[in-house]
Ligand binder design. Structure first.
Ligand SMILES: Cc1ncc(COP(=O)(O)O)c(C=O)c1O
Length: 385
């Protein structure tokens, strides 16, 4: 008998995983590696979250919860929308998920049927296209560069006939660019009017350095908003996030969540609830990223990185390296091997043009960023000599 994986599982791996594997090899041979490849804060969950989790381990059963999360967390997240955006949402429209990744699976399955066309722009976070492909959707990728601030536009919606959905992220990964509130409003309203389901990934909200991040929930009742405790709240490993679900999808998302996951992790819901009150600690982390960003924006152009996306939010810098190489993968691999600085080739985010781009992540400590920039400057100077 011959066995083979199902065709639907034939999706791309992450290039960043190969960088991480090479970084581990470098560390095994004794190199000191500076990790600018992963989008993972170097800080732990906020103190309040860790304390709440410790108390819960000792004092609670921590069994299954309701499939869309505990009432306490859903209500607190509804409050979060009042506090951050002055948007009033009923708690029944909040669904707690296993990170935003769980939110993508649930929202894509609830929103789209096999064969549906969903618009994405390149560069973007690779899981959007990979999850959509795995569930049988037709992914339509359009390039978005500096002329549209690396973001999709209403004109792009009209370029593709028969769209069922569109996925956006503001701030985005890898470009760190944002739609202004007016652009977000126009895009969300245009999607709603055309019957296109908008999925708005707002995972980098809170990490904004220039401009204002608004929520699509303000402008569209049919938009799904995805968010997470992973980034601003520094809780990647806790696997906890949430969605704002349109009324017409609440029941579908609930049935999918029951069957796929039973419930989101109980202990992480306790920790997430406490994290929402840890604004001071999260803001202190953001201030570190802000200083790192400043350093990078000052020093990278002087080293020859002439074209970089504006990096208004998130904790990434997406830079063109086309004047040095046509093979960003080899460029990153050589940089890591010779200097211990790990960065990600753009291919994860843009399969067509990412061979000329790289992404720097700057959510580690300031001394580490300074050291990485020193090593990078030396390396580039040696290459040029
Ligand atoms: C844009 C974007 N969305 C979603 C995710 C996944 O996050 P989570 O840990 O919440 O599943 C990431 C992770 O890097 C991301 O960059």
């Amino acid at each position: 008998m011959q066995f083979a994986p199902a065709k639907r599982s034939d999706i791309s791996p992450f290039e960043v995983m190969q960088v991480m594997a090479q970084a581990a090899e470098c560390e095994a041979r004794g190199d000191h590696v500076l990790h600018l490849e992963v989008g993972q804060p170097g800080t732990p969950a906020p103190r309040l979250a860790r304390e709440a989790a410790k108390r819960a381990i000792d004092g609670q059963v921590l069994g299954y919860t309701l499939p869309l999360g505990t009432a306490a967390l859903r209500q607190r997240l509804a409050q979060h929308y009042r506090d951050w955006y002055a948007v009033d949402l009923p708690a029944h429209r909040i669904a707690v998920t296993t990170g935003s990744s769980g939110g993508f699976l649930l929202s894509f399955l609830a929103s789209f049927s096999a064969g549906d066309k969903v618009l994405l722009t390149d560069p973007s976070y690779p899981c959007y296209r990979n999850i959509l492909s795995a569930i049988g959707c037709e992914v339509v990728r359009l390039p978005a560069g500096p002329e549209t601030n690396y973001q999709p536009t209403v004109e792009m919606l009209d370029r593709v006939p028969g769209l069922a959905g569109a996925v956006i992220a503001s701030p985005s990964n890898p470009a760190g660019t944002m739609m202004s509130p007016a652009e977000l409003k126009d895009f969300a309203v245009a999607c709603h009017e055309r019957g296109i389901r908008l999925i708005s990934d707002e995972i980098y909200h809170g990490l904004v350095f220039d401009g204002q991040a608004d929520t699509a929930a303000r402008y569209s009742e049919s938009a799904v908003v995805i968010n997470s405790f992973s980034k601003y709240f520094s809780m990647t490993g806790w696997r906890i996030g949430w969605m704002v679900v349109p009324d017409d999808l609440v029941d579908a998302v609930q049935r999918l969540a029951q069957n796929f996951f039973i419930s989101p992790p109980g202990i992480s819901q306790v920790a997430g609830l406490a994290a929402l009150d840890a604004g001071e600690e999260c803001e202190a982390n953001r201030a570190i990223y802000g200083r790192n960003r400043q350093l990078m924006l000052e020093r990278l152009p002087a080293m020859g990185f002439a074209k970089m996306a504006p990096a208004n939010g998130a904790f990434y810098i997406y830079a063109d390296v086309g004047h040095w190489t046509n093979d960003s993968k080899a460029f990153c691999s050589q940089l890591l091997d010779e200097t211990g600085v790990a960065i990600t080739p753009g291919l994860d985010f843009d399969p067509d043009r990412g061979h000329r781009t790289v992404r720097f992540s700057y959510c580690i400590s300031q001394p580490e960023i300074e050291q990485a920039l020193d090593r990078l400057a030396d390396w580039l100077a040696r290459r040029a000599a």
